[in-house]
Design a protein around this ligand. Sequence first.
Ligand code: MG
Length: 462
Amino acid sequence: MKTLKTLSVVSAALLSNMGYTQAAGNANSKPNFVVIFCDDLGYGDIGCYGNPTILTPNIDRMACEGLKMNQFYVGVAISTPSRSSLLTGRLPVRNGMYGDKAGVLFPNSKAGLGQDEVTIAKVLKENGYATGCVGKWHLGAFSPYLPTDHGFDTYFGIPYSNDMSPVQNKGRHAAKFPPTPLILDGKQIESEPDQGELTRRYTEKATDFIKQHKDEPFFLYFAHTFPHIPLYTNARFEGTSKRGLYGDVVQEIDWSVGEVLKALQQNGLEENTLVIFTSDNGPWLTELENGGSAGPLKDGKGTWWEGGFRVPAIFRMPGKITPAINDDIMASMDLFPTFLTMAGIPLPKDITLDGVNQLPMLMEEKSSARDEIFYWWGSELMAVRKGSWKYYFKTIQDQYLRTVKIETPAKPLLYNVETDISEKFNKATDHPEIVRQLIQVAENHKKGMVIKPSVCDLISFE
Ligand code: MG
């Protein structure tokens, strides 16, 4: 692994080299996990990833005190599949949370994440963890698909995107959608809640959960509703950034991150809690100023260019994770096996995982356990990455004109996404042997793939 240390913390390095799993078996020493998961936050939307006009001091501090990942990938660059991947450690084609007609779940979807799928929360709960989910779920809006049906003891949030409402959305079916529910555990407690208060209310629930469970191991999955559109922020944050409303919304999320870190610190939990900050997919660029930025990466959400699949990701656990910048490849689906290994829980034998354990990379400064990324869209494999090379079977164009065109490239398309991070220079002619190798990697991957029937395509009106 090539890393640049941001701080020289010798004691942290020594501790990390002791390995984490030594502590497994002692309930009191089991690590806590907090995942802070933004919606549509792009690679270029926070200070430590280069944004000049959105100020994110709390997230930047997390990066200085932790591991900032420069090549971190989601399962698919859109909400429902991405979330399913993080929580099950499996690609959406394997867990069913993809669609060829509908890319995500809608309020008129007939189902959600199947009970035959196993989430991180379910396994941790079975092993004595307290489990809490706050925010956007998007893996099913009614029982038996809610967070409380999938291993979470508690849930507070809007179960899908904040634009899927007859009030907020002018889309095709919006008038037929029910008013947006705010759910507490399994029950709706409000209809069309004031979205300007959501981040504050989510943050209060998240910090309360931490305080309530400070004496037992816990997993908190805190999935923000924003900066997905329509953008809303608390009045306290309006006009606070030079980046307009989008920047104000991200700055409120940064405040929220600070509150979570403060709650951990005040309860003496910092050194035993792995906190992760990341996003479900790249920026929604067709929303123009109301969408984010992928920084130097090409395109954004809903595409398989790097700006769609690659997101910011920061891992912090003082004394266990050595502060550094890491340029290895990691994926959100790696969290499932990594968390279980940290907690001393054997990986389920009867489940095919696409994620790999990254504990040696995170805590022992070893190389990543993965060098491949598979870019699925619906039931089709669109591109493949191995090492620094990425090959496209299909491309997607004209997102900005909202006339999405999926095309088979006229000539082979091969990019070195490490030397050419913006995917500008096609190197297929120079490296036909690498083209052949990547096609073979994709063939081998597809050969072992059992594609589950699509859940997202089960909708009740067209
Ligand atoms: Mg999203």
